[in-house]
Design a protein around this ligand. Structure first.
Ligand SMILES: Cc1cc2nc3c(=O)[nH]c(=O)nc-3n(C[C@H](O)[C@H](O)[C@H](O)COP(=O)(O)OP(=O)(O)OC[C@H]3O[C@@H](n4cnc5c(N)ncnc54)[C@H](O)[C@@H]3O)c2cc1C
Length: 412
């Protein structure tokens, strides 16, 4: 049986960052990262962007060069899914029956893409975009694909739609709700991106749900929607969210809901087991202290740093400001803070110029910004979000006043 001082389950963003942060902080104990993927750790954001577009080879999306892990004395156990945990014996068992003993375990297993649950959900030609293997399969099918149907108007669906347009494919996108990005942003940003996608030739169908995937000779040939219409297509991309990968923790008795519940140091309810990233429900100051799950590189990395600090003797609660980005066409959306629950949204600049920001306030305080091709606002607005600054809305709305000066002459 192998024994590790720290065993990390998951070789994605959070798992890799946890291992790196431990070594950076001088941790000299044994570390292993065990992951079900067979590759060296790589970045996920390019999967729906430049990697899917064929603009970046796999080597350029590696989180670190492949020699990095051995050089830092970090054991990388790839192609091994952890299927059970014994919190009393402090052991994790892999799908092939290998038992790994840990002193501390960091669960960084992310999530699995939701699949469609309509008739035809399992025919060939339906893809998710969660792993590099998913993209390999998509690229293999691409030559025989003229039309792509994207299900889901979240970030991944929209980025994929933009990339497929760039590749010259005919794209139809279906979203059940009445606007895209409805769960993560305000209406101005949703409408702006809808307009952009339509301008770039995407057939965008809102308030539309997919009823059936039709197949010819076992391969996708069409998507039937709730109006009864069938849209012919050779490929379906499903971007309808993820299910946190937490089953072994649930079976081991951890406190779980839509994710594994952790405290402000990343500790689960099981002794010596931490969790982070996409699968972790954590208390977040920027959500009024509510327990939430965030799916972003920032959150995975910063939670990893919090846990690495805790393990190396510095207890500093998780307090990082959430940020996120998305690239679609020549647009870069940068978000800081969490806009959910805002009571006022102020637009700075004009969406027609394709460079503008939306500042979200709650109880007069700045809680979030969405910046489209507006790096300055993003950089300067971050401070307003971090400090929950009270700012005069009229000054915020005036793009000639830099955000860093918007709180001066504050009426409050
Ligand atoms: C296509 C795409 C585009 C994205 N774009 C952006 C973006 O632009 N900006 C942004 O901030 N975020 C983006 N994200 C989200 C971001 O990538 C995730 O939030 C981040 O990867 C979460 O890190 P994580 O460590 O929690 O999980 P992951 O990076 O998903 O890593 C989890 C790893 O654990 C493995 N695993 C799962 N179960 C087990 C098991 N039982 N045993 C062993 N290994 C297991 C998984 O296979 C995976 O390798 C994007 C995600 C995707 C999929």
């Amino acid at each position: 049986m192998s024994h590790y001082d720290v065993l990390i389950v998951g070789t994605g963003h959070g798992g890799s960052h946890a291992a790196m942060a431990l070594r950076q902080r001088g941790f000299t104990g044994t570390i292993a990262m065990v992951g079900d993927e067979v590759t060296y750790p790589y970045e996920r954001p390019p999967l729906s962007k430049d990697y899917l577009a064929g603009e970046k080879p796999f080597e350029r999306i590696l989180i670190r060069p492949d020699t990095f892990w051995a050089d830092r004395d970090i054991d990388l156990l790839t192609g091994s899914a952890v299927v059970s945990i014994d919190p009393v014996l402090h052991t994790a068992t892999t799908a092939v029956g290998k038992t790994l003993h840990y002193q501390r375990l960091i669960w960084a297993a992310g999530g699995h893409a939701h699949r469609l649950n309509c008739p035809g959900h399992d025919v060939a030609g339906i893809h998710s975009i969660r792993s590099c293997e998913d993209v390999t399969r998509i690229l293999q099918d691409l030559a025989r694909t003229e039309r792509v149907a994207v299900v889901g108007g979240g970030y991944i669906g929209l980025e994929a739609a933009a990339t497929f347009r760039k590749l010259g494919k005919k794209v139809t996108l279906f979203e059940t709700l009445d606007r895209v990005l409805a769960r993560v942003t305000g209406e101005t940003i949703s409408r702006f991106f809808e307009q952009e996608h339509r301008t770039h030739g995407v057939d965008l169908r809102l308030r539309t749900s997919v009823q059936e995937i039709q197949a010819t000779d076992g391969k996708v040939s069409g998507v039937r929607i709730d109006t009864g219409e069938t849209i012919a297509t050779e490929m379906v991309i499903v971007g309808i969210g993820i299910r946190p990968s937490i089953n072994p923790l649930r079976s081991a008795g951890a406190h779980v809901a839509n994710g594994v519940v952790v405290d402000e140091y990343g500790r689960t309810s099981l002794p010596d087991i931490f969790a982070l990233g996409d699968c972790a429900l954590h208390p977040n100051r920027f959500a009024d202290g509510l327990v939430i799950r965030l799916e972003s590189v920032q959150n995975a990395n910063d939670m990893a740093s919090t846990i690495a600090k805790f393990i190396t003797g510095e207890s500093e609660p998780y307090n990082a400001v959430p940020w996120f980005w998305s690239n679609q066409y020549d647009l870069r959306l940068q978000t800081v803070g969490l806009s959910g629950g805002h009571d006022l949204a102020i637009v700075r600049g004009s969406p027609e110029t394709r460079s503008f920001s939306v500042v979200y306030l709650k109880d007069h305080k700045v809680i979030a910004l969405d910046c489209v091709n507006a790096v300055k606002d993003y950089v300067q607005g971050r401070v307003l979000v971090e400090s929950h600054m009270v700012v005069d809305p009229a000054r915020l709305a005036d793009p000639s006043i830099p955000l860093k000066e918007s709180h001066r002459n504050n009426p409050e």
